[in-house]
Ligand binder design. Structure first.
Ligand code: FES
Ligand code: FE2
Length: 370
């Protein structure tokens, strides 16, 4: 798990009420709330007074109040009011981490890290969203009992389709039928299937227009996976999976499906049923993988040439580890219940006086090349 990327925290609808939401991400606790002006905020959940959970508190005007002794924090993380402080003074250390937030596609995203704005990896943009000729399904949430990197690698694996999703009926893929290239925050592949007839398969009806059948996937950062399927020359479906690592065993996936064919709203439900059936085929595999987490060494598995994109994904992960962005999850696990850690927010780069310890990170390597 890595700091300094954008993570989905909840849907916009979930924050429509005045109640805050306690959310677990990267094995740590956060609180999301909407203030009286409708702005969404994401803060570290642990009140620095004596450990109250802000997520169990209440929203009061533009602040969130801790349920234990009523300290109130504004969206920037600063404590504004301490009911028991007779003199009204607020100590300089009375603050919690506050993270940059963007609301897009009906999802609340937070940048969980301390990089200044100019250096942050961008939140991935769904370029078809709200575009003429495209339709988005309602967001689907997939709760999967697997480590998020296993889920990412499944989506980057061109060969599994033939075996895990036989109903798609796509011709087999091998190294000669796909090519890959680098993007700014990940690697992409596309597989080419020629112009096959797909009889009695999920996509048979949409193959009645001919044209090359092709499909590809790519990743953006450690936790965004995109799959594009050209069912025929014109009909394209692009699937966006924003993955939230809940902890080292669980992943919550926010799935946005875009399509430029069968645009009638009545098709949404059927389309989603097909997608969820396909996702359930993946989930059955993912929840039975062993070990649960991806091994740190390539030699602990037997990669072949068709695993090229997965090897690339691990190369990218290593490059982010070298920057010092990888959470030391073993130290974190060892201190579970003893130490309240927080992901460092951007304000930690410019100010001191923080009560909570910053999450332990794997050491950076100054020879990092990416
Ligand atoms: S623990 Fe939050 S106000 Fe005391
Ligand atoms: Fe799959």
């Amino acid at each position: 798990m890595y700091i300094n990327f954008w993570y989905p925290v909840c849907t916009s609808d979930e924050l429509a009420t005045e109640s805050p939401l306690q959310v677990q991400l990267l094995a740590l606790r956060f609180v999301a709330f909407r203030d009286s002006d409708g702005r969404a905020f994401v803060l570290s959940d642990t009140c620095v007074h004596r450990g109250g959970s802000l997520g169990k508190g209440t929203v009061s005007g533009n602040c969130i109040a801790c349920p234990y002794h009523g300290w109130q924090y504004s969206g920037d993380g600063h404590c504004r009011y301490i009911p028991s402080a007779g003199d009204g003074k607020i100590p300089a250390r009375a603050k919690v981490d506050s993270y940059p937030v963007e609301e897009r596609y009906g999802i609340v995203f937070a940048f969980l890290g301390d990089l200044p704005e100019a250096e942050r990896p961008p939140l991935y943009e769904i370029e078809e969203y709200d575009s003429e000729g495209w339709r988005a399904n309602e967001i689907a949430i997939l709760n999967v009992n697997c480590y998020y990197e296993r889920s990412m690698e499944n989506g980057l694996d061109p060969v599994h389709n033939e075996f895990v999703h036989p109903a798609q009926g796509f011709p087999p893929i091998h190294k000669e039928t796909f090519r890959s290239w680098e993007e700014s925050w990940g690697t992409r592949f596309e597989a080419y299937f020629g112009d096959p007839k797909l009889e009695n398969t999920t996509f048979a009806k949409d193959r009645n227009v001919t044209g090359e059948l092709r499909a590809g996937s790519w990743f953006h950062g450690p936790n965004v996976l995109i799959t594009s399927i050209f069912v025929n020359a014109e009909s394209n479906m692009v699937q966006y999976f924003f993955e939230a690592p809940v902890d080292e065993n669980r992943t919550k996936i926010y799935f946005v499906n875009m399509r430029n064919f069968a645009l009638e709203p009545a098709t949404d439900e059927k389309m989603m049923q097909v997608n969820l059936r396909i996702a359930s085929e993946d989930i059955a595999i993912l929840e039975s993988l062993y070990p649960v987490r991806t091994p740190d060494s390539l030699s602990s598995e037997l990669m072949t040439s068709s695993d090229e994109i997965i090897v690339k994904y691990r190369d990218w992960l290593r490059s982010w580890e070298k920057k010092g962005w990888r959470i030391d999850r073993k130290s974190l696990g060892r201190d579970e219940g003893d130490v309240a850690y927080a992901i460092p927010c951007p304000a930690r780069r410019t100010t001191g006086n923080w009560v909570l310890q910053s999450v332990p990170l794997m050491p950076a390597d100054s020879s990092a090349c990416r």
